[in-house]
Design a protein around this ligand. Structure first.
Ligand code: G3P
Ligand code: MG
Length: 246
């Protein structure tokens, strides 16, 4: 059972910024989940929201800023009263930072409110350039995007994100030729894990931030736990991730 830092270590540092990922490394994560969008000039940038308002001192849509304009905003200081100025990272900057660590990466492509042209291809090409494609899972709530990506790049591993209770989602994952299902933790069960395994599909779940959630997904034996608090888990004798408390 792997422990994956959500947006870096979003419980301890401003999400999706370099200090959040450094915190995660300090907490010895097995890997990171992070979200990507495209700037106006087509750069892959790391940010959860389609707009910069919540996590920066700016206002507006990421798609309307050039990278240079985004780089002038502070994505750190909203998180605490201490000033922790942080630039928005590009995917390339993150991969530069990760290349010397043996990390699993879960790149979540944001596509919904805004549809970004060729974002999937850009992500795959960058991961391939850094030799990190085989260590990576590309996930999205946009399942058509994942299907198209898989058809163009059969080597890519895809994860189907969902936050509901579909019927036999392992059949859906098989239909989409995906390798993983990425349910919200509420929708994890032993039946989901066992039935998915029959079809060769693994279960990675989010965002596991409490004792209750951690117990539920551990007893179901999911493959990966995505959490804002990677420091709150330790590995048990069988490799399972045990919640230590906040
Ligand atoms: O990828 C897991 C999780 O991050 C999905 O939801 O909104 O936190 O990106 P969200
Ligand atoms: Mg995400």
């Amino acid at each position: 059972m792997k422990v994956i830092g959500h947006r870096g270590a979003a419980g301890s540092a401003p999400e999706n910024t370099l200090i959040s990922f450094l915190k995660g490394l300090e907490y010895k994560v097995d890997g990171f989940e992070f979200d990507v969008q495209l700037s106006r000039d087509g750069e892959v940038v790391v940010c959860h929201d389609e707009r910069v308002d919540r996590t920066s001192n700016g206002m507006g849509w990421i798609k309307d800023f050039t990278l240079q304009e985004l780089k002038r905003l502070d994505f750190g200081s909203w998180f605490t009263q201490l000033s922790v100025y942080q630039e928005i990272p590009t995917l390339r900057e993150l991969l530069d930072m990760f290349k010397t660590f043996n990390l699993e990466l879960n790149v979540e492509i944001k596509s919904g409110l805004v549809q970004y042209p060729e974002i999937g291809e850009k992500v795959v090409n960058l991961l391939a350039e850094y030799g990190l494609l085989d260590n990576s899972i590309i996930s999205s709530f946009d399942h058509q995007l994942l299907l198209d990506l898989k058809q163009h790049f059969p080597r890519v591993k895809t994860g189907i994100l969902y936050d509901c209770a579909p019927i036999k989602p392992w059949l859906y994952a098989k239909f989409l030729n995906a390798q993983y299902l990425h349910p919200a933790w509420h929708f994890v069960s032993s039946e989901l894990v066992v039935s998915s395994a029959v079809f060769g599909i693994g279960i990675n779940t989010w965002t596991v931030n409490s004792s209750f959630a951690a117990h539920k997904v551990r007893t179901a034996h999911v493959a990966r736990i995505i959490t804002d608090y990677p420091q709150c888990f330790r590995k048990g004798a069988n490799g399972e991730a045990i919640w230590l408390g906040l």
